[in-house]
Design a protein around this ligand. Structure first.
Ligand code: NCD
Length: 310
């Protein structure tokens, strides 16, 4: 099958065919093998990629910066907004327009919902969404499905629990679409205040997704092959009071895993605050640091594909 990713923007979790998702994962797998064999990869030699993060990031920024260099490209980074022209009052749109003239592709994260869509319209070069507000985070969801396939041996026909802040957590907003595409059953387990937005649940169901919503975490764990935990997204709450009401309302610890489903695979996009106790980390199913590591290969694949070099 022929795929055409060259020049493409990566904006939403619902923009891919299932064949494209498989092709991206296969490409990541090849990059993983090439990196592990010690090859000095030059696929994107001579290219320059910008990382513009208008919101805090550790993994997404660093794994993109690693991936950019690992495919043989060079990178420029906006750095801390307080030392760039942002501090002088420049709009992010103007910053983006300027940087677009320097580089071959752009990775951008911004706190505003929908900023990635606007950015893709402004930029002439491929725009990769590294998270736009509470809306979408497609590259995280791509590395998540790559991880699910590696951890469970295949993807499809499984039951996945999403546990946590499903309202503001953008990673599950993207991942839900991939789960639907692969025919995975989903259980949404969250405090009432942090339920998956109704428009997303409705949209997923209209596409045929099998979704159960519950607040019974133990029962959800018993029924699942995998649990995907998210942190309470403090920075997106309207006020501190509503955050405090939700803080600590779900915590996965070793005892709970052992009592409900000792073989369950556990994922988390990170950063973790307190929603997974550290005594879970040594369980064989605790996959979240392997998941973060997979992000680099997946992002190498995306860069190779959108620049048309592979
Ligand atoms: C996630 C994000 O930024 O949405 N982090 C990440 O990219 N790995 C999840 C989070 O911040 O909780």
């Amino acid at each position: 099958m022929e795929f055409n990713f060259k020049g493409r923007d990566i904006i939403n979790g619902y923009d891919f065919t299932t064949q494209e998702l498989c092709h991206i994962m296969d490409t990541a797998m090849i990059y993983e093998k090439r990196v592990k064999s010690g090859e000095a990869i030059k696929d994107c030699e001579g290219m320059l990629v910008a990382t513009l993060f208008f919101e805090p990031s550790t993994r997404t920024r660093l794994s993109f910066n690693s991936a950019i260099q690992r495919v043989g490209a060079s990178t420029i980074d906006l750095g801390n907004a307080s030392v760039s022209s942002q501090a002088k009052g420049e709009t992010w749109q103007d910053t983006l327009r300027t940087v677009d003239g320097y580089v071959d592709a752009i990775v951008m994260r911004h706190p505003q919902d929908g900023s990635a869509i606007e950015a893709a319209e402004i930029a002439q070069h491929p725009l990769i969404n590294g998270g736009d507000g509470k809306r979408q985070h497609p590259t995280q969801a791509l590395l998540d499905i790559y991880t699910i396939r590696k951890e469970l041996g295949h993807i499809g026909g499984q039951t996945i629990t999403f546990l946590g802040d499903l309202k503001y957590g953008r990673t599950v907003h993207s991942l839900g679409y991939f789960m639907q595409q692969f025919g995975n059953k989903m259980i949404f387990a969250s405090p009432d205040e942090l339920k998956m937005p109704e428009d997303i649940t409705k949209d997923l169901r209209s596409k045929g997704a099998d979704i159960t919503e519950t607040s019974d975490v133990r029962e959800a764990l018993r029924q699942s092959d995998l649990v995907y935990v998210t942190r309470v997204q403090r920075e997106r709450f309207p006020d501190e009071e509503s955050y405090l009401r939700c803080k600590g309302s779900y915590i996965l610890d070793r005892k709970m895993v052992m009592e409900t489903n000792p073989n369950i695979t556990i994922m988390h996009p990170l950063p973790r605050v307190d929603e997974i106790a550290t005594d879970v980390d040594t369980l064989p199913g605790a996959a979240y640091f392997r998941q973060a590591h997979n992000g680099m290969y997946l992002r190498m694949a995306l860069l190779g594909l959108v620049t048309g070099r592979i």
